[in-house]
Structure formats: C-alpha cells, structure tokens
Design a binder for this molecule. Structure first.
Ligand SMILES: [Zn+2]
Length: 330
C-alpha cells in the first residue's frame, strides 16, 4: 500500500534492485558450493577421514547457523560422514549416536527423525529417552505426555470436566498440536479442536453421565434410560477413530521412540523401517563413499576438483575432469 507514495523514480529504483537481485541469484545458484562462507570451505578442505570427530564438530558449527539449503545439505553430509567414519572399524564411539541425533534435528520428516533417534538409542542405550514410568525425576515432557493421554481418554469417556482440566495443564495442548495427526486429522490443529469440542459437549446435559433419568411422580422411584446419550455418555466413535486414539495414547505413554518395536506397533500409516545403521546413508541421501572435500565431495584425496558451476569461480587447470571419477548426480 506504500507503493502509491513512490514516484516514477522510486519505482525505477525498485525495478533496478529486483533486476540486480535476480541477476545475483542467477549467477549464484543456491545449491552451489560457492555460496558457502570462506571459513567453512577452508575447514572442509582440512577434513581427514581418520578424524571423524572433526566432521561432527564442523557439522555442529554449520548446523548452528544454517541460512541456505546448501548449508543444510552440508551439515547433513557432515553428520552422515561422521557417523560412517566413526563406525567404520566396527566399534562406534559417542560420535555415531550423536550424529544420529544431530541428523534427527535436521530431518524434514518426523518419521525420519524418529527413525534416527531409534537408531541412536540402539547404538547406545544411554541415548534412549527416559521412560515416564518409574522414573523418579519425571521430566515435564513425560508428565505432559501422561496428562495428554488422559485428556484424550477422559474426552472419549464423556468426562468433559476432567478433560478440560487436563487440557489446561502444562504442555498438553502443545503435544496435541504436535502429535495430533496420529488421531487421524490431516491438520495439526484438528486433534486439539476435536478434544476441546468433546470436552465442551460432555457430560451429558440430560443425565449428567448418570445414564438414567428419574421418572417423576413414581413411587417407589423408577428410572428410564437417558434419551440423549442412550446410557452411553461420550462421543460416538468409529472403529478407526477408536484405534487411532488408542495408538495415540500408547505412543504418549511409551515415550517418543523408546524402541523401534513400540514404534512399529503405533506408527500411524507410516512405512515400517527398522533402524539399521547400514541404511542411514541411503535414508538420509548421504554420499558415504566421498569423505574428502575438494570443492565438492570426492572419494579420494587426490581426485580432481568436483566438476560443476563452482569451477567458474576458481579456475584451476586446463585438464578436463576425469570422466571416470564423475558421478551422474554431480
Ligand atoms: Zn445422558
């Protein structure tokens, strides 16, 4: 709306800026390594597969200030290489499970994140999240998970007052928003909306969940079935809805990704994937066989620099890249 205050000169300036920005974007495609800051490329070149920790630490630094897709991909590749190099001798240290958790934090799909966290806890049980049951120092997350499962159960039973009290507890609405799609809603807000609605509609307005109503003027007193809830307070659910709710509650009560077995039992309509270390590279799209950075990831320290648009910036030799070392995805 402020465009009307711009004179012709202002509009010309705007157009010039847009054109200049477009030209800059065209000259520097976002998925090109040349858009990486100098300190990153310098550190990349120094990486040595004998030191997987250096890959992990650089990955953390890159992940800490991701500003572009190429940096996100770089952090993913660094954590993936740290994972592969650390376990290459058959005895992974803390680096492999830590890399899994780092990759989980970058994962776009929640199912990938769960898979990676499960893999981390399989490599090292210390990385498994704490169980809510039996833990003397329940975290607020675990308590919130318990309250959320109860809120769903109370709403299903028509105990609207109890459900409403639980909905007001710390973290409950957050968990419903975050994991609500397990209840079969396509929108993240659907589950919270539904539980909230049920909590408002119940208890039964006619019988107060007593299931029966007193017949007036009867002696001895007699009762009839409630016309509103038909003696069965609470929302009417389809089988699918009921199963989805039980899955959801089970998921909350068993913690998030405590084990892959529990995960498989409750994962809603997701493909089943056992956390196998050998599959991490393919799951995350990591080139595990290219641990050296030569202006791009290559398999050997002596390999020519990765062919591609990045060569424009740093002309090296007249030697064309060896076709044998080129990969089709370059
Ligand atoms: Zn009733």
């Amino acid at each position: 709306m402020e465009l009307k205050y711009l004179g012709p000169l202002g509009i010309l300036l705007c157009v010039a800026v847009v054109v200049a920005l477009s030209a800059r974007l065209a000259a520097q495609p976002e998925d090109s390594a040349e858009s990486l800051p100098g300190w990153i490329t310098q550190r990349l070149t120094q990486l040595d597969p004998a030191d997987p920790k250096a890959y992990f630490l650089l990955g953390e630094e890159v992940a800490g200030e991701i500003q572009s897709k190429v940096e996100e991909q770089l952090a993913t590749q660094l954590f993936g290489l740290a994972f592969e190099l650390d376990r290459a001798d058959g005895s992974p240290t803390w680096i492999a499970p830590s890399s899994c958790l780092a990759l989980a934090s970058l994962a776009r799909l929640e199912s990938d994140g769960r898979w990676l966290r499960a893999l981390a806890s399989r490599l090292d049980p210390d990385y498994a999240p704490p169980r809510w049951r039996g833990a003397s120092q329940d975290s607020s997350v675990s308590e919130a998970a318990f309250n959320t499962a109860e809120a769903v159960g109370e709403a299903r039973a028509g105990h609207g007052i109890q459900a409403r009290q639980l909905l007001d507890k710390l973290g409950v609405q957050d968990l419903l928003l975050r994991y609500g799609r397990l209840l079969g809603f396509s929108a993240s807000t659907g589950a919270l909306w539904q539980i909230d609605k049920w909590a408002n509609e119940w208890p039964c307005r006619e019988c107060g969940n007593e299931r029966v109503v007193f017949r007036p003027d009867t002696d001895p007193p007699s009762y009839r079935e409630c016309y509103t809830c038909r003696g069965n307070p609470g929302p009417v659910l389809t089988n699918d809805q009921l199963v989805a709710q039980l899955r959801f509650e089970s998921r909350l009560l068993h913690g998030i990704s405590r084990s892959w077995g529990a995960q498989l039992a409750i994962d809603y309509a997701a493909p089943l994937r056992e956390p196998v270390a050998d599959e991490l590279a393919s799951v995350m799209g990591i080139e595990a066989d290219k641990p050296y950075w030569r202006n791009g990831w290559v398999a050997s320290p002596d390999a020519p620099e990765e062919a591609g648009p990045t060569l424009d910036d740093e002309p090296t030799t007249d030697t064309p890249p060896d076709p044998a070392s080129n990969t089709p995805d370059g």
